[in-house]
Design a protein around this ligand. Structure first.
Ligand code: IPE
Ligand code: IPE
Ligand code: MG
Length: 247
């Protein structure tokens, strides 16, 4: 069984989550409730990311994966979509040096084909710039959808089978996992969603098979490092059984 697969024996009761994934939701409602355009909510939301990333080492979080833009978010107005794309570029430009100096390794997951080439270039550069870091592994899901990811992985796997480089009967769960965008990451231990919605919205479908979930009412622009610490403090009490019965 590959390292990415379920690891019941490695789970220490009471230990904090090593990999936390966050669905950063509620920016639009945060702005609308203040009579401001939705993009103002996204600007405030983007500013929250720094505190959460920088809180990770003291909270024992080695992997942080954040949902920034879904494959379904293209359905929003052109103004909102292009405003978000501008914001992603601004975030990368503004934070690159600080991320480098804070020991953060940045990776992006999602389909880059639909993103503009200037943004893709900046994503590639940030990944290369921080590739030597290992204190915190920050993964940003941008144009990411769980079904899209599994579909792309399956296409590539099927092409390998057709080319005779992979045998269909050799395909198991770890083979599929190795074709996913997240092939270099452990599965998330805890998925947090802000803003009170209790749904996954196509985030890390395969990887979250045994994740714990926390749905928090706080809107993302109000989600501070203290809120983050509070959510994590409840995690240690959970009994993760992974289908087994604990002695
Ligand atoms: C999350 O906030 C950010 C993105 C999806 C890009 P929303 O924009 O979904 O905020 P609400 O859910 O409309 O309040
Ligand atoms: C999920 O939030 C996507 C991100 C946080 C990037 P959405 O706001 O897009 O999800 P739905 O539409 O409420 O399911
Ligand atoms: Mg939303």
């Amino acid at each position: 069984m590959a390292a990415k697969d379920i690891r019941p024996d490695e789970e220490q009761p009471g230990a904090g989550p090593a990999h936390v994934a966050i669905i950063m939701d509620g920016n639009g409602r945060w702005a609308t409730s203040r009579g401001r355009p939705r993009l103002v909510g996204h600007q405030h939301g983007a500013r929250r990311v720094r505190d959460i990333v920088e809180a990770c080492p003291r909270l024992g979080v080695e992997y942080l994966t954040i949902f920034a833009f879904s494959t379904e978010n293209w359905k929003r107005t052109q103004v909102e979509v292009s405003g978000l794309m501008t914001l992603f570029k601004r975030y990368i430009k503004r934070e690159a040096q600080r991320l480098l100096q804070s020991g953060v390794r940045v990776r992006f997951i999602g389909d880059r084909v639909r993103l503009d080439s200037a943004l893709v270039q900046m994503m590639d550069n940030l990944e290369a710039l921080t590739a030597g870091n290992s204190l915190v592994n920050l993964t940003i899901a941008l144009n990411y959808g769980g079904r899209d990811e599994v579909t792309r992985a399956t296409q590539r796997m099927a092409a390998e089978v057709a080319a005779g480089r992979l045998k269909a009967e050799d395909v198991d769960a770890s083979t599929l996992a190795s074709y996913l965008d997240t092939c270099m990451l452990p599965d998330p231990d805890l998925v947090i969603r802000t803003s009170g919605e209790a749904r996954i919205s196509n985030f890390l479908l395969w990887q979250s098979a045994y994740a714990e979930y926390e749905f928090i009412d706080t809107l993302w622009p109000d989600f501070t490092a203290d809120c983050f610490a509070d959510v994590l403090s409840g995690y240690g009490a959970r009994d993760r059984r992974f289908g087994a019965v604990r002695a």
